[in-house]
Ligand binder design. Structure first.
Ligand code: NAD
Length: 479
């Protein structure tokens, strides 16, 4: 095994108080590396270094920030296979998906390299003669970024890039299960010339490292992506400390399939939306709401394709679905499969599978005959499991789609312009998809949801400026 991987604090690689093993969910005998777990003291040093470095980082103007983000984008792109292989190995996403995610991270850095030069502002006439009013945007200061395990490259990228573009300094805490990808990104930022203290990496458990970030007075804003439960806990403490917060959380995303849908389009959208990336996407289609006239044909085609998906190790060339990320997550999924049966569903698939190596493999599951009031239709499972709910017509489909504590992404497959338009307008979700999977988004437009899925300003695209800057209104009287 190679050297332990350390935290990046104030421009130096530093040890924590112990090392954690990073294991491969496709093959639990494969220890990918040892990663230093930071302490609350390390978080304090990182936050202090960030607070010291941030004013100069902002004061030098946008060009050096744009240049750094451009260099980072190029280095990520050049290392896409290396980082993608790490991502596939530690998270379990199949290699083509993992490499695509890394390329997405590079695109995001390149996009925000441009945005650094386009920070918006306004100049207005005052209501008082002789007075000018200018509205400018300034960085919020030190931003704490707390990220989940399911997109270990893209989610850190879509937080780090805008934070740095708008002149903030960063303390990043990646999820405990996936420190390897974050460490490679940190190395790239460091080697690309990010000034000491402007970007800091602190790895380790949320209960220690994340908690210390939320409590730290020098961290002025927290951008979090993860479960709704953790988000609520973070929100309470962060608001007590008067921090600005942005929370991106779970989903129970509906995909409506109307009688007038093209069957092949609908089945392809649902196979992708429900099962790709092992269903471990916040935007995964976990409720398939199907009109009665197409229901049986749809279920027959979908279950056939789901059963034929090749589940296997993330790095194997023929795998279409990688492993579940951890034994705990797999057990949770299997518990939901048992619950679906207990709630009266007919379950197709869903069993644990043996692979060529010891890993957390599971066959995709369909819960047939589900009702929207069942727990399996209301709670986020975050695995390759989808509940199929039969409805009579469009009005019932829309009502069922909207009857959820979550509101991240909502989709419809239909050949009717009328239904598509009514769904786009009526869906209570932050993102709406027509004849497309609920998962899979662009990087230059806003990302986020409603209800328990999101809290605070949107991420991504130009809308990211809302969270990563604060507005200053200046009045001048020329005399
Ligand atoms: P999680 O909530 O368990 O952890 C997310 C992060 O929070 C991790 O880094 C974790 O270490 C940290 N954390 C945990 N407890 C903490 C605490 N008390 N204080 C501070 N930090 C703490 O989520 P997860 O299991 O890593 O990710 C899966 C969840 O993320 C799912 O619910 C999924 O829907 C959601 N997600 C949402 C989006 C989105 O953009 N809406 C995207 C991806 C994933």
């Amino acid at each position: 095994m190679t050297e332990p991987h350390l935290n990046l604090i104030a421009g130096a690689w530093v040890a924590g108080d112990h090392l954690s093993e990073n294991r491969n969910p496709s093959d639990v005998s494969d220890v990918i590396g040892l990663y230093a777990a930071a302490t609350a003291g390390d978080v304090d040093r990182a936050a202090t270094a960030a607070a010291e470095a941030q004013p100069a980082w902002f004061a030098q103007g946008p060009q050096p920030r744009a240049d750094l983000l451009d260099r980072v984008a190029a280095r990520i792109e050049a290392a896409a296979t290396e980082i993608g292989t790490m991502l596939a190995r530690e998270e379990g996403k199949i290699l083509p998906e993992a490499i695509a995610e890394v390329r997405r991270a590079a695109q995001i850095f390149r996009f925000f390299a441009g945005e650094a030069l386009r920070v918006p502002g306004e100049a207005l006439a005052s209501v008082r003669p002789g007075v000018d009013v200018e509205v400018t945007r300034e960085p919020v200061g030190v931003v704490g970024l707390i990220t989940p395990w399911n997109f270990p490259a893209a989610i850190p990228a879509w937080k780090i890039a805008p934070a740095l573009a708008y002149g903030n300094a960063v303390v990043l805490k990646p999820a405990d299960l996936v420190p390897g990808t974050a460490h490679l990104l940190a190395r790239i930022l460091h080697e690309a010339g990010c000034p000491a203290g402007v970007f800091n990496l602190v790895m380790g458990p949320g209960s220690v490292v994340g908690r210390a970030m939320i409590d730290h007075p020098l961290i002025t804003a927290i951008s979090f992506t993860g479960s709704a439960l953790t988000g609520r806990t973070i929100a309470r403490t962060a608001v007590e400390g008067m921090k600005k917060i942005q929370l991106e959380m779970g989903g129970k995303n509906p995909m409506v399939v109307m009688d007038d849908a093209d069957l092949d389009t609908a089945v392809a959208a649902c196979v992708n939306g429900a099962f790709f990336s092992t269903g471990q996407r916040c935007t995964a289609s976990s409720r398939l709401i199907v009109q009665a006239g197409i229901h049986d044909r749809f279920v027959e085609a979908l279950s056939g394709q789901a059963a034929a998906l090749c589940v296997g190790p993330a790095l194997a060339a023929d795998s279409q679905i990688g492993p579940v990320v951890s034994s705990a997550q797999l057990q949770g999924n299997l518990d939901y499969v048992a619950l679906a049966r207990a709630e009266g569903c007919e379950v197709l698939g869903g069993e644990r599978l043996n692979g060529p190596t010891e890993g957390w493999f599971q066959r995709p599951a369909l819960f047939l005959g589900a009702h929207n009031d069942m727990r399996v239709a209301r709670e986020e499972i975050f695995g390759p499991c989808a509940a199929v709910i039969r409805v009579a017509d469009f009005d019932e489909a829309l009502a069922v789609a909207n009857d959820s504590p979550f509101g991240l992404s909502a989709g419809i497959c239909t050949g009717s312009l009328k239904h598509a338009r009514a769904f786009r307008r009526g869906a209570k979700a932050g993102m709406v998809m027509v004849n497309l999977p609920t998962a899979g988004v662009d990087y230059h437009v806003p990302f986020g949801g409603t209800k328990a899925s999101s809290y605070g300003p949107r991420e991504q695209g130009r809308h990211a400026v809302e969270f990563y800057t604060t507005v200053k209104t200046a009045y001048s009287f020329a005399g």
